[in-house]
Design a protein around this ligand. Structure first.
Ligand SMILES: [Zn+2]
Length: 349
């Protein structure tokens, strides 16, 4: 099993229930003005690092050099999984532990800088090549094994830095959860065919869904149990327990627990499931992030069991690293063992 991991940290919610698709039809303060360097938000060009430095304090935990993380880091882990050769966790925040040594490492660092939900990563010197990094989004996850599946980048603080994804699909592209809205990313998604749907795994990771709907005209899909004021007008509500089909080869699986209306998206041809905050991988193994559960841990574990008999090898979560299992069978064994350990239940066949 190829895992990955990191301590993610969504802020979430409460217990649940979960067939048919009943259709109905930048985050916390971003630095205004000049910035000394590359910055995730808009213009990458340089400017006064002195005035900039007054507003953004370089953490002393960073090694000396161009890239640094400032004191506004929210410890969302994004930079650490996107560029693990550059960023690490020190004193409950990210920090640069090694400056990029070559072009490839610099690109990774710039992609992390662009994706940081709180614009907490910077360079001391002007970084015109951040424009090149912007052009790499959305980033293909694995061009061999997951063809047509992209990481959107541009994480939003509104969803605590959750990842969002794009599936390029013959029946219409699908955005999975909402990236931070940027016109630059919208244009890139348009170049890939736009988006027919925006599937929202649960209520925590909806971020700029309205802007994406307005810009791309995508129909938003979400379970009715997770609707709130900001999502009351979404186009497609999932009712009941599912599963629901989205086209001919995508299945939506109700996995209540983290929230009442948490739903995973299974893309059958590529054996990949998008789990939102339902199931992730941490340094010590799989996790359901009990700490952030506002629904029911018992229900969430029951929902993990629901994934055992599904055919997939990849887990692509809303936070942290992806997991690739050698086979669906290996995945089944790992999930069974996980549920057993967490719940004290005997392993079942
Ligand atoms: Zn959540």
């Amino acid at each position: 099993m190829i895992a990955s991991f990191a301590p993610p940290l969504p802020k979430c919610l409460r217990p649940s229930s979960a067939s048919s698709i009943a259709a109905a039809a930048d985050a916390r303060r971003r630095l205004p003005g000049a910035r000394a360097s590359a910055s995730p938000s808009s213009s990458p060009a340089a400017s006064s690092s002195l005035s900039y430095g007054r507003r953004r304090r370089r953490r002393p935990q960073n090694v000396d050099g161009d890239f640094f993380v400032d004191t506004t880091c929210i410890d969302c882990d994004t930079c650490r999984w996107m560029a693990p050769q550059i960023f690490t966790r020190v004193d409950e925040m990210s920090a640069v532990f090694k400056q990029p040594a070559d072009k490839e490492e610099r690109l990774k660092a710039l992609q992390a800088l662009i994706s940081c939900p709180t614009s907490s990563i910077h360079t001391e010197k002007p970084a015109p090549d951040v424009l090149v990094a912007h052009e790499t989004f959305p980033i293909p996850i694995d061009e061999q094994k997951l063809l047509g599946v992209y990481h959107c980048g541009y994480h939003s603080e509104k969803s605590y830095g959750a990842s969002s994804y794009l599936i390029v699909h013959a029946e219409g592209n699908i955005l999975i959860d909402s990236p931070r809205y940027t016109e630059r990313l919208a244009r890139k998604i348009e170049m890939l065919g736009g988006a027919r749907s925006m599937f929202l795994t649960h209520k925590d990771d909806v971020a700029d869904h309205k802007k994406w709907r307005e810009r791309l005209g995508c129909d938003r899909i979400m379970h009715s149990e997770d609707l709130e004021d900001s999502t009351a007008e979404i186009e497609i509500r999932l009712e009941g327990r599912g599963p629901w089909n989205l086209g001919r080869d995508i299945e939506l699986i109700h996995t209540p627990g983290h929230t009442e209306g948490s739903v995973c998206l299974l893309y059958k041809p590529l054996e990949v499931i998008f789990t939102g905050d339902h199931l992730i991988m941490t340094p010590t193994g799989l996790s359901i992030m009990e700490r952030y559960n506002k629904c029911s841990v018992t229900a969430q574990l029951n929902s993990v069991e629901k994934l055992v008999d599904l055919d997939f090898r990849w887990i692509v979560p809303g936070h942290g690293r992806r997991i690739e299992f050698k086979s669906s069978l290996e995945k089944d064994l790992v999930l069974k063992e996980f549920v057993q350990q967490k719940s004290g239940k005997p392993a079942y066949i």
